[in-house]
Design a protein around this ligand. Structure first.
Ligand code: HEM
Length: 225
Protein backbone atom coordinates (compact mmCIF):
# COMPACT_ATOMS: atom_id res chain seq x y z
CA UNK A 1 0.00 0.00 0.00
CA UNK A 2 2.70 2.49 1.10
CA UNK A 3 4.93 1.36 -1.80
CA UNK A 4 2.08 1.78 -4.30
CA UNK A 5 1.39 5.30 -3.02
CA UNK A 6 5.11 6.17 -3.18
CA UNK A 7 5.32 4.90 -6.80
CA UNK A 8 2.22 6.87 -7.80
CA UNK A 9 3.60 10.00 -6.11
CA UNK A 10 6.92 9.69 -7.98
CA UNK A 11 5.16 9.10 -11.33
CA UNK A 12 2.82 12.06 -10.75
CA UNK A 13 5.74 14.34 -9.77
CA UNK A 14 7.65 13.41 -12.92
CA UNK A 15 4.61 14.10 -15.15
CA UNK A 16 4.00 17.45 -13.37
CA UNK A 17 7.69 18.38 -13.82
CA UNK A 18 7.90 17.42 -17.53
CA UNK A 19 4.62 19.10 -18.47
CA UNK A 20 5.71 22.15 -16.44
CA UNK A 21 8.92 22.23 -18.50
CA UNK A 22 6.88 22.34 -21.75
CA UNK A 23 4.90 25.31 -20.35
CA UNK A 24 8.04 27.11 -19.14
CA UNK A 25 9.38 26.77 -22.72
CA UNK A 26 6.14 28.27 -24.05
CA UNK A 27 6.26 31.19 -21.57
CA UNK A 28 9.87 32.02 -22.56
CA UNK A 29 8.89 31.95 -26.26
CA UNK A 30 5.64 33.88 -25.69
CA UNK A 31 7.39 36.57 -23.64
CA UNK A 32 10.17 36.96 -26.23
CA UNK A 33 7.63 37.19 -29.07
CA UNK A 34 5.42 39.73 -27.30
CA UNK A 35 8.40 41.91 -26.37
CA UNK A 36 8.66 42.65 -30.12
CA UNK A 37 5.90 45.17 -29.48
CA UNK A 38 8.67 47.47 -28.19
CA UNK A 39 10.48 47.13 -31.54
CA UNK A 40 7.36 48.24 -33.37
CA UNK A 41 4.20 47.35 -35.29
CA UNK A 42 5.98 45.65 -38.20
CA UNK A 43 8.14 43.46 -35.90
CA UNK A 44 5.29 42.00 -33.85
CA UNK A 45 2.93 41.64 -36.83
CA UNK A 46 5.66 39.84 -38.83
CA UNK A 47 6.21 37.51 -35.85
CA UNK A 48 2.45 36.79 -35.47
CA UNK A 49 2.06 36.21 -39.23
CA UNK A 50 5.15 33.96 -39.18
CA UNK A 51 3.53 31.78 -36.51
CA UNK A 52 0.35 31.49 -38.61
CA UNK A 53 2.39 30.62 -41.71
CA UNK A 54 4.05 27.58 -40.11
CA UNK A 55 0.53 26.02 -40.21
CA UNK A 56 0.56 22.33 -39.20
CA UNK A 57 3.71 22.71 -37.07
CA UNK A 58 1.90 25.35 -34.99
CA UNK A 59 -0.84 22.83 -34.30
CA UNK A 60 1.75 20.29 -33.16
CA UNK A 61 3.04 22.86 -30.63
CA UNK A 62 -0.50 23.86 -29.61
CA UNK A 63 -1.47 20.18 -29.13
CA UNK A 64 1.64 19.56 -26.99
CA UNK A 65 0.70 22.60 -24.93
CA UNK A 66 -2.95 21.56 -24.47
CA UNK A 67 -1.96 17.98 -23.52
CA UNK A 68 0.64 19.39 -21.08
CA UNK A 69 -1.90 21.70 -19.42
CA UNK A 70 -4.45 18.87 -19.01
CA UNK A 71 -1.88 16.37 -17.64
CA UNK A 72 -0.30 19.03 -15.41
CA UNK A 73 -3.65 19.84 -13.78
CA UNK A 74 -4.77 16.20 -13.52
CA UNK A 75 -1.54 14.99 -11.89
CA UNK A 76 -1.29 18.03 -9.58
CA UNK A 77 -4.77 17.30 -8.23
CA UNK A 78 -3.85 13.61 -7.98
CA UNK A 79 -0.68 14.50 -6.02
CA UNK A 80 -2.76 16.54 -3.56
CA UNK A 81 -5.08 13.54 -3.07
CA UNK A 82 -2.14 11.10 -2.68
CA UNK A 83 -0.47 13.39 -0.13
CA UNK A 84 -3.70 13.45 1.87
CA UNK A 85 -3.97 9.64 1.65
CA UNK A 86 -0.40 9.33 2.94
CA UNK A 87 -1.24 11.49 6.00
CA UNK A 88 -4.67 10.21 7.06
CA UNK A 89 -4.46 11.61 10.57
CA UNK A 90 -3.42 15.11 9.68
CA UNK A 91 -1.33 17.50 11.71
CA UNK A 92 -2.66 18.91 14.96
CA UNK A 93 -1.26 22.30 14.14
CA UNK A 94 -0.18 23.44 10.70
CA UNK A 95 3.25 25.05 10.77
CA UNK A 96 4.68 26.79 7.71
CA UNK A 97 8.37 26.45 8.50
CA UNK A 98 10.50 27.05 5.36
CA UNK A 99 7.43 27.10 3.12
CA UNK A 100 6.41 30.12 1.10
CA UNK A 101 3.09 31.63 0.06
CA UNK A 102 3.61 30.17 -3.44
CA UNK A 103 4.53 26.66 -2.25
CA UNK A 104 1.45 26.48 0.04
CA UNK A 105 -0.88 27.72 -2.69
CA UNK A 106 0.38 26.06 -5.89
CA UNK A 107 -2.96 24.39 -6.72
CA UNK A 108 -5.10 27.48 -6.17
CA UNK A 109 -2.56 29.68 -7.99
CA UNK A 110 -2.45 27.22 -10.90
CA UNK A 111 -6.25 27.17 -11.20
CA UNK A 112 -6.32 31.00 -11.08
CA UNK A 113 -3.79 31.06 -13.95
CA UNK A 114 -6.01 28.64 -15.88
CA UNK A 115 -8.93 31.09 -15.42
CA UNK A 116 -6.64 33.92 -16.63
CA UNK A 117 -5.59 31.89 -19.72
CA UNK A 118 -9.22 31.13 -20.63
CA UNK A 119 -10.06 34.87 -20.54
CA UNK A 120 -6.81 35.69 -22.41
CA UNK A 121 -7.66 33.23 -25.23
CA UNK A 122 -11.20 34.65 -25.52
CA UNK A 123 -9.69 38.17 -25.58
CA UNK A 124 -6.77 37.94 -28.03
CA UNK A 125 -6.80 34.53 -29.74
CA UNK A 126 -10.52 33.99 -30.44
CA UNK A 127 -11.50 37.69 -30.01
CA UNK A 128 -14.85 36.66 -28.48
CA UNK A 129 -14.83 39.47 -25.90
CA UNK A 130 -13.85 42.07 -28.56
CA UNK A 131 -15.04 40.84 -32.03
CA UNK A 132 -13.86 44.16 -33.58
CA UNK A 133 -10.24 42.93 -33.12
CA UNK A 134 -10.82 40.47 -36.00
CA UNK A 135 -11.03 43.31 -38.55
CA UNK A 136 -7.74 45.00 -37.58
CA UNK A 137 -5.31 44.86 -40.53
CA UNK A 138 -1.98 46.59 -41.13
CA UNK A 139 -0.87 48.19 -44.41
CA UNK A 140 0.39 44.78 -45.66
CA UNK A 141 -3.02 43.16 -45.06
CA UNK A 142 -1.80 41.13 -42.07
CA UNK A 143 -3.72 40.79 -38.82
CA UNK A 144 -2.70 43.88 -36.85
CA UNK A 145 -1.67 42.23 -33.58
CA UNK A 146 0.17 45.43 -32.52
CA UNK A 147 -3.00 47.56 -32.59
CA UNK A 148 -5.05 44.68 -31.14
CA UNK A 149 -2.78 44.59 -28.06
CA UNK A 150 -2.82 48.40 -27.81
CA UNK A 151 -6.65 48.53 -28.08
CA UNK A 152 -6.97 45.64 -25.61
CA UNK A 153 -4.93 47.47 -22.97
CA UNK A 154 -6.67 50.85 -23.31
CA UNK A 155 -9.00 49.66 -20.56
CA UNK A 156 -7.31 50.03 -17.12
CA UNK A 157 -9.47 47.27 -15.57
CA UNK A 158 -8.26 44.78 -18.21
CA UNK A 159 -4.67 45.99 -17.62
CA UNK A 160 -4.98 45.38 -13.86
CA UNK A 161 -6.43 41.93 -14.55
CA UNK A 162 -3.46 41.08 -16.80
CA UNK A 163 -0.91 42.47 -14.33
CA UNK A 164 -2.44 40.36 -11.52
CA UNK A 165 -2.46 37.32 -13.85
CA UNK A 166 1.22 37.83 -14.69
CA UNK A 167 2.12 38.26 -10.98
CA UNK A 168 0.24 35.03 -10.17
CA UNK A 169 2.13 33.33 -12.98
CA UNK A 170 5.40 34.65 -11.48
CA UNK A 171 4.69 33.13 -8.06
CA UNK A 172 3.68 29.83 -9.65
CA UNK A 173 6.65 29.77 -12.04
CA UNK A 174 9.31 30.45 -9.41
CA UNK A 175 8.20 27.71 -7.05
CA UNK A 176 7.32 25.36 -9.94
CA UNK A 177 10.76 25.60 -11.57
CA UNK A 178 12.47 24.96 -8.21
CA UNK A 179 10.26 21.89 -7.58
CA UNK A 180 10.84 20.66 -11.14
CA UNK A 181 14.63 20.74 -10.65
CA UNK A 182 14.20 19.01 -7.26
CA UNK A 183 12.08 16.26 -8.94
CA UNK A 184 14.75 15.49 -11.56
CA UNK A 185 17.12 14.77 -8.66
CA UNK A 186 19.34 17.86 -8.51
CA UNK A 187 19.32 18.21 -4.73
CA UNK A 188 22.86 19.13 -3.68
CA UNK A 189 23.39 22.52 -2.01
CA UNK A 190 25.11 23.98 -5.07
CA UNK A 191 22.41 22.60 -7.43
CA UNK A 192 19.77 24.22 -5.18
CA UNK A 193 21.64 27.53 -5.31
CA UNK A 194 21.77 27.48 -9.13
CA UNK A 195 18.20 26.22 -9.50
CA UNK A 196 16.96 29.08 -7.29
CA UNK A 197 18.89 31.56 -9.40
CA UNK A 198 17.62 29.98 -12.65
CA UNK A 199 14.01 30.05 -11.37
CA UNK A 200 14.42 33.69 -10.32
CA UNK A 201 15.84 34.77 -13.70
CA UNK A 202 13.08 33.09 -15.75
CA UNK A 203 10.42 34.48 -13.40
CA UNK A 204 11.81 38.02 -13.62
CA UNK A 205 12.03 37.75 -17.43
CA UNK A 206 8.38 36.61 -17.71
CA UNK A 207 6.90 38.95 -15.08
CA UNK A 208 8.82 42.09 -16.13
CA UNK A 209 8.59 41.24 -19.85
CA UNK A 210 4.85 40.48 -19.98
CA UNK A 211 3.85 42.92 -17.20
CA UNK A 212 5.62 45.81 -18.95
CA UNK A 213 3.30 45.51 -21.99
CA UNK A 214 -0.05 46.53 -20.41
CA UNK A 215 1.76 49.15 -18.29
CA UNK A 216 3.50 50.66 -21.36
CA UNK A 217 0.22 50.84 -23.29
CA UNK A 218 -1.55 52.38 -20.29
CA UNK A 219 1.04 55.15 -19.88
CA UNK A 220 1.24 55.77 -23.65
CA UNK A 221 4.78 54.45 -24.14
CA UNK A 222 3.43 51.94 -26.68
CA UNK A 223 0.71 52.99 -29.13
CA UNK A 224 0.63 56.59 -27.83
CA UNK A 225 0.05 59.29 -30.40
C1 HEM B 1 0.42 40.46 -20.46
C2 HEM B 1 1.04 40.05 -21.46
C3 HEM B 1 0.56 39.19 -22.59
C4 HEM B 1 0.34 39.61 -23.87
C5 HEM B 1 0.50 41.02 -24.41
C6 HEM B 1 -0.08 38.46 -24.63
C7 HEM B 1 -0.40 38.49 -25.97
C8 HEM B 1 -0.97 37.46 -26.68
C9 HEM B 1 -1.50 37.57 -28.02
C10 HEM B 1 -1.53 38.84 -28.85
C11 HEM B 1 -1.97 36.35 -28.38
C12 HEM B 1 -2.66 35.97 -29.69
C13 HEM B 1 -1.64 35.79 -30.79
C14 HEM B 1 -2.32 35.63 -32.13
O1 HEM B 1 -3.33 34.91 -32.20
O2 HEM B 1 -1.83 36.21 -33.09
C15 HEM B 1 -1.71 35.44 -27.26
C16 HEM B 1 -1.98 34.08 -27.26
C17 HEM B 1 -1.74 33.25 -26.19
N1 HEM B 1 -1.24 33.60 -24.96
FE1 HEM B 1 -0.63 35.45 -24.40
N2 HEM B 1 -0.09 37.33 -23.82
C18 HEM B 1 0.28 37.73 -22.55
C19 HEM B 1 0.38 36.92 -21.44
C20 HEM B 1 0.16 35.55 -21.44
C21 HEM B 1 0.34 34.69 -20.30
C22 HEM B 1 0.78 35.14 -18.92
C23 HEM B 1 0.05 33.41 -20.72
C24 HEM B 1 0.08 32.11 -19.98
C25 HEM B 1 0.10 31.96 -18.70
C26 HEM B 1 -0.32 33.48 -22.11
C27 HEM B 1 -0.71 32.40 -22.87
C28 HEM B 1 -1.16 32.48 -24.18
C29 HEM B 1 -1.61 31.33 -24.95
C30 HEM B 1 -1.68 29.88 -24.47
C31 HEM B 1 -1.96 31.81 -26.23
C32 HEM B 1 -2.47 31.02 -27.42
C33 HEM B 1 -1.31 30.66 -28.28
C34 HEM B 1 -1.73 30.08 -29.61
O3 HEM B 1 -2.66 30.59 -30.22
O4 HEM B 1 -1.11 29.11 -30.03
N3 HEM B 1 -0.22 34.78 -22.51
N4 HEM B 1 -1.11 36.15 -26.25
Amino acid sequence: MVLAITRSVIFAKVVVALTGLVMVGFIIGHTSGNLLIFVGQDAINTYAQGLKDIGAALWVVRSALIISVVLHIYYTLKLTALNKAAKPIGYKKTTYKRSTFASRNMTILGLTILFFIIYHLLHYTFQVTHPQFKDLQDSLGRHDVYNMIVAGFQNPIICIFYILGVLGLGYHLRHGIQSMIHTIGLNSDSAKKYSNLFAKLITIFAVVGLGSIPISVLIGLVGGK
